[in-house]
Design a protein around this ligand. Structure first.
Ligand code: ATP
Ligand code: MG
Length: 451
């Protein structure tokens, strides 16, 4: 017996009291059988959309997807999706049903659902409708298509990535026929919107079994991110590495903290290696400036995925600087990094390095941890100081310059930029008097010989 929240039970009762049948279904039921708590509860019912609206008269309702039969009701503060039992018509675009038909039979509704584990319905009394053995598969931790896998993936190719995502997040195996069809149908993902692909990809990357999925289904990953494919079988013969570039990448993704930006950065960090590979006369492989090329690849791929600018900038910054040497750089350089990337991203670079080195030859890891400790000490010192990383951190502003006779003009902007440079380089103190003096020198052109 699963535990259904009181709000959901209340919604089910409202439907029953109005003469309809209704069940909880989908991810929340699956999670409940696994002993996991869920936030998003879905109800499926014989009531037609207009009938749902009528039954929930007096509640706040949102007509989420009324054409497809979905209404969201807010019951005691909880949003509950209520959908009419439905049969999906043909699919001609590999993603959306051409039409939907409402039905009075729960079994028909369960047939349209993607995987057996997601096609179990439970009534308020605890009666389970489970025509495809979903509970058994949950028990066995197995992802299996409802019906014939190839047909189901051709209907809606997003299901391919949903399968991989569930497998990664829940650490479920993918049943053999389902897995085979995933490989076979992977190119159909080209017909799915990049936003949906990206959302699934991020969840997949942050899942507990990301390493297994990226290894066993690399062909599917390359179908959505072809830029990554050259990493596969790209050897790196040098003392630091024991894996090829793709295996190293996959291991480093799994080693980094499961946050979207960090996992994406690991996925792309060495993507520029195949293009920059150079084998010297001793047979040793070098990849000069690969991080810059990796950055270009990350930027281009993420732009294609239509991600936010902020996410793209963070990931690209992490990729470009993943190879930095935290123990060797000066405070001045740290300040430049902070000015360029932001303090949070600079901190994340340490985690990126740690994960990167965990996927190198074993001796590299210990060394990296030591270097990180040294680097973090420098960073902490900077953070304790009253540091200055941008023009707004300067102890003077445009108004102060105006008072001292520098009119608002491109020259004023240049002077402020120069002052910031000099403060970050410890050449000028970030004190009002010193800055004003230096500003007037710079404005007169007297400071040029000084730096
Ligand atoms: P989670 O919410 O944890 O991501 P979920 O299984 O609840 O997982 P939703 O996207 O919320 O996934 O969908 C709810 C239910 O709707 C699923 O459990 C499944 O039964 C059905 N479903 C969702 N997307 C599809 C799809 N593309 N094809 C077929 N059935 C689907
Ligand atoms: Mg859900």
């Amino acid at each position: 017996m699963i535990k259904i929240p009181s709000q959901v039970n209340r919604a089910l009762k409202i439907l029953y009291d109005n003469g309809y049948s209704a069940y909880v279904v989908g991810g929340a039921v699956r999670d409940a059988f696994m002993g996991r708590s869920a936030d998003d509860w879905d109800i499926t019912t014989s009531a037609l959309p207009q009938e749902i609206l009528k039954a929930f008269n007096g509640f706040r309702v949102i007509e989420t997807g009324i054409k497809h039969g979905t209404v969201t009701a807010i019951v005691e503060g909880m949003s509950i999706e209520i959908t009419t039992y439905r049969v999906d018509g043909g699919y001609s675009d590999n993603r959306h049903p051409d039409s939907v038909r409402f039905t009075g039979r729960i079994e028909e509704d369960l047939m349209r659902r993607d995987f057996t584990m997601n096609a179990v319905a439970v009534s308020p009394g605890g009666e389970t409708v489970d025509p495809f053995g979903g509970r058994d598969d949950i028990e066995k931790r197995l992802i299996r298509c409802v019906g014939e896998p190839e047909k189901r993936f051709k209907e809606d190719a997003l299901r391919i990535l949903r399968a991989l995502r569930f497998s990664s997040v829940l650490n479920f195996k993918i049943e053999e026929n389902t897995a085979e069809s995933i490989h076979k149908c992977r190119e159909l993902l080209k017909n799915v919107s990049c936003e949906r692909i990206f959302a699934e990809l991020c969840k997949l990357l942050c899942g507990q079994a990301a390493e297994r999925i990226l290894t066993d289904f690399s062909d599917v990953i390359f179908a959505v991110l072809p830029e990554l494919e050259p990493m596969k079988n790209c050897g790196q013969k040098n003392p630091y590495h024991i894996y090829d570039v793709w295996i190293h990448t996959v291991r480093s993704v799994a080693a980094v903290a499961p946050e979207r930006e960090l996992r994406l950065a690991m996925l792309f960090h060495d993507s520029g290696k195949p293009k920059t590979k150079f084998t010297d006369e001793n047979g040793i492989d070098h990849f000069y400036d690969h991080a810059k090329v990796s950055r270009e690849i990350a930027e281009k791929s993420l732009a294609r995925m239509k991600t936010s600018n902020k996410l793209r900038e963070t990931v690209s910054g992490l990729v470009e600087y993943h190879d930095f040497c935290p123990h060797k750089i000066s405070k001045k350089t740290y300040r430049r990094y902070i000015a360029l990337l932001g303090a949070d991203t600079v901190r994340s670079l340490f985690e990126i390095r740690r994960a990167d080195s965990a996927a190198h030859a074993p001796f590299v890891y210990e060394q990296t941890l030591k270097e990180n400790i040294t680097g973090l000490k420098i960073l902490e010192e900077i953070e304790k100081e009253d540091s200055c990383f941008s023009i707004k951190d300067l102890k003077i502003n445009g108004k102060d310059l105006e008072k001292s006779g520098i009119e608002p003009s491109p020259l004023m902007g240049e002077v402020l930029e120069r002052l910031l440079d000099e403060v970050m380089d410890d050449k000028t103190e970030n004190e009002k008097e010193a800055l004003l003096k230096r500003a007037s020198e710079l404005a007169k052109g007297a400071g040029n010989g000084n730096s």
